[in-house]
Design a protein around this ligand. Structure first.
Ligand SMILES: Cc1ncc(COP(=O)(O)O)c(C=O)c1O
Length: 373
């Protein structure tokens, strides 16, 4: 729906009239490497354990679910503690329907009219979108040409704009680049001085060798870390994200969350999946290995991949290319490979798939580079 096309009887907020629904194309019968999903289906043993658990839970669907998702949050706390050497308990975790819901709940709690959120672009485009729908003003700080953050510049932006919320995505989507923990600490320090909440979006943390910002929370209670089961746990379809934070920040989430927002089915399935974290880790290692292989192959064809700490790669088209990003995206799609045009001219983004999917992508990439010479 375009601006002014809404019927006059619909009292849609004026500031939303120009928006269109968010979403990447969902095209079937092609190799889907466009939404940073984990390409591996759940291992059979994990799927079987989930089905067994759901079979029990289904009998009680006449009742509302555990409003506070205690079992799932307790397990997620143990998972994070095992990964990061922290000592979080259930009161430091909040779970929701994907980390998108986490971000929305945070913005409802700490954003809104008269409040500003700041992020460093290019980054995850849903952050400014949720700012918009929650009536929060959005400011974009910039990244360097190599997509890294100049910390001095970022700190100046934060001090000048004095936002209520600062968003930092690491590893960053769509660039794949990560921010060092020592730099996040500097940003946390300045956020503390101006009483801003620092939201570190770590959707891809498991693919990175950098330490998690959850290790900063005991020192900086205004640091909150958003994580997801969509990527590392191969669980995008179940919709489970979670926040790791100090207790007051978690309590603020309870004020704005909907009652019974996380279904009993979701809680049960996710609790079982967390039990299998170690099994799923081997897939993460496979994907990291494939990421390095794909990046090396792209380089050999003349593309310029941005160093990635995630499960996708942003790459610049060869210098010799005469195609726009949109034309190159179509070239791949016409040959059965769906990747992502993220709106950065001269770049495209590919999600790391299975070995076979990556091979198919690289075959088209080699052809595309050859035709543009
Ligand atoms: C940086 C970032 N944050 C959050 C999300 C949302 O993940 P979820 O599936 O948990 O809503 C994504 C999804 O791609 C993402 O790239």
């Amino acid at each position: 729906m375009v601006d002014n096309a809404w019927p006059s009887w619909l009292p849609l907020r004026e500031d939303l009239c120009a928006l269109t629904p968010y979403g990447a194309p969902q095209i079937h019968d092609v190799i889907q490497l466009n939404t940073n999903e984990n390409p591996y289906p759940l291992p059979t043993e994990v799927a079987a354990a989930i089905v067994e658990e759901i079979a029990q839970v289904v009998k009680n669907l006449n009742r509302y679910p555990d409003r506070d998702a205690i079992e799932l949050r307790t397990k997620l706390a143990s998972y994070i503690n095992a990964q990061s050497g922290t000592a979080f308990g259930v009161k430091n975790i909040w779970a929701a329907n994907g980390s998108n819901e986490i971000i929305q709940t945070l913005m409802l709690a700490c954003g809104g009219a008269g409040r500003t959120a700041l992020g460093f672009t290019p980054s995850y485009s849903v952050h400014p979108l949720i700012a918009k729908t929650t009536g929060t003003a959005w400011e974009s700080g910039l990244r360097e040409e190599d997509f890294s953050l100049d910390i001095g510049r970022a700190i100046n932006e934060i001090s000048r704009i004095r936002p209520s919320l600062v968003f930092l995505t690491t590893p960053n989507n769509p660039t794949g680049t990560s921010t060092a923990l020592r730099d996040i600490r500097e940003i946390a320090r300045v956020c503390g001085e101006i009483e801003a909440l620092l939201v570190v979006d770590e959707a891809y943390a498991e693919f990175s060798s950098e330490s998690s910002a959850v290790t900063l929370i005991s020192e900086f209670p205004h640091v909150v870390v958003s994580r997801t089961m969509s990527k590392a746990f191969a669980f995008a379809g179940a919709r489970v994200g979670y926040l790791v934070a100090s207790e007051p920040a978690i309590e603020a989430m309870l004020v704005t969350r909907l009652p019974y927002h996380l279904s009993a089915l979701t809680q049960a399935a996710a609790s079982v999946a967390v039990d299998f974290a170690a099994t799923l880790q081997s897939e993460i290692n496979l994907l990291i290995g494939e990421r390095e292989r794909v990046a090396a192959a792209l380089t050999s064809y003349g593309y310029r991949p941005v160093p990635s700490a995630s499960n996708f790669i942003l790459f610049a088209l060869p210098h010799s290319s005469t195609m726009s990003s949109a034309q190159a995206w179509t070239y791949f799609l016409e040959r059965g490979v769906l990747i992502r045009d993220v709106g950065l001219e001269g770049f495209l983004r590919v999600t790391i798939g299975t070995k076979d999917e990556n091979a198919a992508f690289l075959t088209v990439a080699a052809e595309c580079a050859a035709t543009t010479k």
